[in-house]
Design a protein around this ligand. Sequence first.
Ligand SMILES: Cc1ncc(COP(=O)(O)O)c(C=O)c1O
Length: 402
Amino acid sequence: MAFALTSESPSVNFCIEETKMALSWRNFASRIGMDPEPHPRPPAHVLRLQPYRCVSSLKQIEDRTDTEPYKLDWNESTVAPSPRVEEALTHVLSNGAKLNWYPDLAAEDLTAALESYTGVPRDSLIVTNGSDDALLLLCRTYLRSGNEVLVPVPTYTHFLVHVGAQNARVVELRNPNPFATDLNRLERAITGKTKMVYLVSPNNPTGTMWTSRQIDYLCSSYPNVMFVVDEAYHEFSGQSVIHLTQTYSNLAVTRTFSKAFGLAAFRVGYVAAHPRACGHLWRLHNPKSVNTFGQLAATAAVHDLPYLESYVEEVRAARTEFVSRVRELGLEIFDSVANFVVLRVPQPHRLTDGLEKHNIYIRDRSTMPGMAGCVRITVGTREQMDHVFGCIKQVVTEQGWV
Ligand SMILES: Cc1ncc(COP(=O)(O)O)c(C=O)c1O
């Protein structure tokens, strides 16, 4: 005999009721704009974060093979790294590299090389997965919900994501002239809630520098505040405050192999800080974060300082020449002590679009605070910048700006 499902059956009734409830919940949830499906949700401060916008020309460059690309949008080196890097990698790969083993967790060789390169002892150095990872480590170690982090803007914006991830608050400090530093203004903005101050020196994108004297003064005057000095472009400026980490435990200096050393693809950076501060940072540091090849490449690069120095010299010469030619053309340009300069034009997107036709990629920075009309251009070799200048001249002449 066939079993007939009737609404008299209590279990069927129960199912019908449940289905009705689920349907009405769905209707109700979607009407009030809620997601009816249950799923894990990150905390509110994570949902408030704006992801770092990864604007990169890589895809365009890959798609275009007709001419030589000029990738001047991310302040990378415009030449290959020291030949010693390739030699070291080839040697290891052809001599039974243990790809199944973890990297050296203490990064012994690289740390030893950095000890002599930086002049600070190894217990003051932590190697990280790019300097972004060093900045993240600092935020994770020192910040908690409700802390304030003072940041003169415009700045390197990725850092702001790391601050937000700790539910700490970024307090932006705007200077009417973004192409100058203002110590008095900075001091006036420090409050009892300020836990950290982030200073990029030379600053990306404006190229401004904080002097050793200023950092010395700040660290001694505000011992409860952690000063993070980002020296990603230190090699080009030739100036540093790294020695002050031996005096002040409230100072951390971050650096990278992604710029002057030409190793952006390997993701290697480091933080230098007082041994007491490093003792805190080690607690959250991931010792597996710098892979074997990154360690090898960076060690080989530090062992070839003449190569680094000749590239830095070349960039300095190219920058001086480029800046004076752009000025002669009648355009506004802000020089720097780093491997980039900022150009102000009436319609920045017309310049970026015009240069892209020549397979040249620069970065529109015109939406950053105080940077209306500005584009940032990475400086490479004199030969490269000669070509870039020619193309800029052509575009700005076509636009009728000169
Ligand atoms: C000021 C500054 N800090 C840090 C970084 C990140 O460098 P890394 O490749 O070491 O993560 C950049 C990259 O553009 C930068 O400009």
